[in-house]
Design a protein around this ligand. Structure first.
Ligand code: PLP
Length: 425
């Protein structure tokens, strides 16, 4: 008979012990079993379940990180996979990285495509959303005078990219403004579509903005643009694995996203989707052989790069699926509502995000009126060790707050209490 001690000394016993570590996959699986059949809305408020998820990360809990919009920590299983692949690569990179690890990028492509609802042959794996979007922005043939319509709340780097084409290729860039928060989604589509002129060749806009977390009615805009022969580039940097959808809900031509944000994949990961028939005509940023012009992989010809980062995306997808997209979105809204609904009753506080689920999810932007936002952010850090992002736009300002699945109620409540203190000072 194998004694308990002998068992624990074996390799099998070693992995059994690992499973019972505070962040062991076993505990996450047991937590998932405990909520089977329970609605996502009920699970959102089940602290026993979320405690298991909180324990799956190796965080610094002496700070309250409410800037998960920048880039996110990965759960330990994902970070461990990244480190394992790096260690393996380093044995003999030309063999272990190029021959063993790199070909497995195809598994990642297949799984990402499965999650996004597209064909794997329509999805290129990139290093971030900037690269994904710039491939589309710089790869389209545009003539002098051709117009791109976007918004003045799109991401700075993407606007800079278009500005470079204005200087280099003499295209025209039109940036529309929209209310914060809008009352209805049609306000957003009406403004974008209303700006189209006979010269418009491209519409570029966010699925969800990084400034206030405003979700756009992507499908309505893309369908109308397609009807008018206009290409659509959708910036989904903040959308993928944040709330559930597939490409069929979008109908866009090009879609770029980060995976080091809401999917919790390693830093330096993203993807670009494009409709299959567009691959041939889009120039890659980093040129590839002419024979590859119809192959989505032509956008991945970036030279030597670590395989570890993109391969560990697979582990992040498994972690994401273990929680479930619906459950995750419900929890994120639950956390956002917990601070936002408490603060919105304070006359000195303005919430710039429409809290309707059709308009937003985890991201919320809040202003303490009468106090400059950079000062509020500085106080949150120096007095409470809370990290949040100052948003100072020409038309409004506020603190952007982005919790994540590992955020505790105590952390959210500390933030809400801190903001009340600052507002009532
Ligand atoms: C709306 C939006 N687009 C694009 C990006 C760029 O993403 P990345 O840093 O992954 O290139 C960001 C980053 O925060 C963003 O918020």
């Amino acid at each position: 008979m194998v004694t308990r001690r002998a068992f624990l000394q074996t390799a099998a016993g070693g992995s059994a012990l690992a499973a019972f570590r505070p962040d062991g996959p076993d505990r996450i699986a047991a937590a998932a079993r405990s909520i089977s059949g329970v609605s996502p809305a009920e699970v959102a408020a089940d602290e026993n379940y979320w405690r298991e998820i909180q324990q799956a990360f190796t965080l610094d809990r002496t700070i309250i990180n409410l800037n998960n919009g920048g880039c996110c920590p990965s759960p330990r299983v994902v970070h461990d996979a990244l480190k394992r692949y790096l260690d393996l690569s380093n044995q003999a990179p030309v063999y272990h990285m190029w021959q063993i690890l790199e070909p497995n990028i195809e598994t990642v492509r297949r799984r990402l495509a499965g999650e996004f609802g597209c064909d794997p042959e329509e999805l290129a794996i990139t290093r971030n959303a900037s690269e994904a979007l710039q491939i589309a922005q710089l790869g389209l043939d545009l003539r002098p005078g051709d117009e791109v319509v976007t918004t003045n709340q799109d991401y700075g780097r993407m606007l800079d990219t278009w500005e470079q084409r204005v200087r280099r290729d003499k295209i025209k860039l039109t940036r529309i403004s929209f209310p914060v928060p809008p009352k209805g989604l049609t306000e957003l589509s009406d403004r974008l579509l209303g700006a189209i002129t006979p010269a418009t060749k491209v519409l570029h806009f966010c699925h969800i903005t990084n400034l206030t977390g405003q979700i756009f009615p992507v499908k309505a805009i893309c369908e109308e643009a397609r009807r008018r022969g206009i290409r659509t580039i959708v910036d989904g940097a903040h959308a993928f694995a944040h709330f559930p959808y597939t490409v069929k809900d979008l109908g866009c031509d090009f879609y770029g996203t980060s995976l080091h944000k809401w999917l919790l994949a390693p830093i330096g990961t993203g993807f670009l989707y494009m409709r299959r028939e567009l691959i041939e005509s889009l120039w890659p940023l980093t040129p590839a052989k002419e024979t590859a012009s119809g192959d989505i992989r032509k956008f991945e010809e970036i030279g030597t790069h670590p395989a570890a980062n993109h391969n560990a995306i697979a582990e992040a997808l498994t972690f994401h699926d273990g929680i479930g997209g619906e459950r995750k979105a419900e929890r994120l809204r639950f956390l956002r509502d917990r601070w936002a609904r408490r603060l919105m009753t304070n006359p000195k506080i303005r919430i710039h995000t429409n809290l309707d689920p059709a308009h937003s999810c985890a991201i919320g932007t809040v202003q303490v009126t009468g106090v400059p936002t950079p000062k509020v952010v500085e106080q949150l850090w120096t007095r409470w060790r809370i990290i949040a992002t100052p948003i100072v736009h020409a038309e409004y300002e506020g603190v952007r707050v982005t919790p994540n699945v590992y955020t505790t109620l105590e952390e959210v409540d500390t933030f809400a209490g801190a903001l009340e203190r600052l507002a009532n000072y």
